[in-house]
Each structure stands twice: as structure tokens, then as C-alpha cells.
Design a protein around this ligand. Structure first.
Ligand SMILES: [Zn+2]
Length: 160
């Protein structure tokens, strides 16, 4: 079977940045499994996996526009302390969810805590990065009718 729409694909991966630094991998976990053709993965990855067979290994380089998007300077914001419930406990690198009027819930990373305010970055941590993946396709199966209706894989580990 080949990877195509309405197949469930499990694959192992190793993700490195353009300097060769390891960012993430599936090695200590289960392979990542997903329903192909529903935008569950970054676009460049679904495209790269398409038509591959079980046991295939390959590498793919994915530019930001096919991954987590370009870095958006407008999502780097300094907000006053009274926007945060526990401003005094915040530190650089903390992740939190901000409720915003126009963008809904925005996941941000604390970049700097200043006297005047708190600088947060709403970009995805991998925004603006070119990503290199080493991929191994572990298994491919037909999706069930229910998985296709829901648009996601049922592997017993997530809410449905
Ligand atoms: Zn479901």
C-alpha cells in the first residue's frame, strides 16, 4: 500500500535545523501516526510522504512557507504587567495562552520580562525556519469509516 488520501500512516522522524541541530525526533516515542490528506501535518511533510511505501526512508528539506510559516514581527509584543494574572512569576521561555479580542486564544512564549512590561512572541517556535526531516515510514493502513468522518486517526490516545 502507498501513502494516499484516507490512509493512516505511522512514521519515525528526526528533525534538524539548517545548522544540523537536532530539534525533535520520534525515537523515544511511538512513531507519529496520522490520517493522510486532511492537513494534520505541515503541508511540506504531507506532500513529501505522499506515494511512499512501507519501509521507505527518505530525507526532505521543508522551507518555512511549507512548514510553520514566515516569522511575523507583529506577533512580538510588549504588554503591560496587568495583562497577566501572575506577572511576577513569569520567566523567559515560559509558554502561556493569551486571550485576545481579535485572534482568539494565542499561544505565546515569554521572551523578556522588563520593568515596563512583558515581551511575548506569538510566533510558532519553528516559524521562519527551514526544517530537515529524516523520515522512515513504518506502516500504512486504510483508514476506518469513522476516522474518515472525523478527519483524524483513532489510535486510542486522543479525544474524539
Ligand atoms: Zn474521532
Amino acid at each position: 500500500m502507498r501513502v494516499s488520501k484516507n490512509t493512516v500512516v505511522a512514521f519515525d522522524y528526526e528533525l534538524t535545523d539548517s545548522e544540523g541541530q537536532l530539534i525533535d525526533s520520534s525515537a523515544d516515542d511511538q512513531p507519529l501516526s496520522y490520517l493522510h490528506g486532511y492537513g494534520s501535518l505541515i503541508p511540506g511533510m504531507e506532500q513529501a510522504l505522499n506515494e511512499h511505501g512501507e519501509g521507505d526512508s527518505f530525507t526532505v528539506t521543508i522551507p518555512p512557507e511549507e512548514a510553520y510559516g514566515e516569522y511575523d514581527d507583529e506577533l512580538l509584543l510588549e504588554l503591560s504587567h496587568d495583562n497577566f494574572e501572575e506577572a511576577e512569576t513569569l520567566a523567559t521561555g515560559d509558554h502561556l495562552i493569551l486571550e485576545t479580542d481579535d485572534e482568539g486564544d494565542l499561544e505565546v512564549t515569554v521572551v523578556e520580562v522588563r520593568e515596563t512590561g512583558i515581551v511575548v512572541d506569538g510566533n510558532h517556535p519553528l516559524a521562519g525556519k527551514t526544517l530537515n526531516f529524516q523520515v522512515k515510514v513504518q506502516s500504512i493502513r486504510k483508514a476506518t469509516k469513522e476516522e474518515i468522518e472525523h478527519g483524524h486517526v483513532h489510535d486510542g490516545t486522543e479525544e474524539h
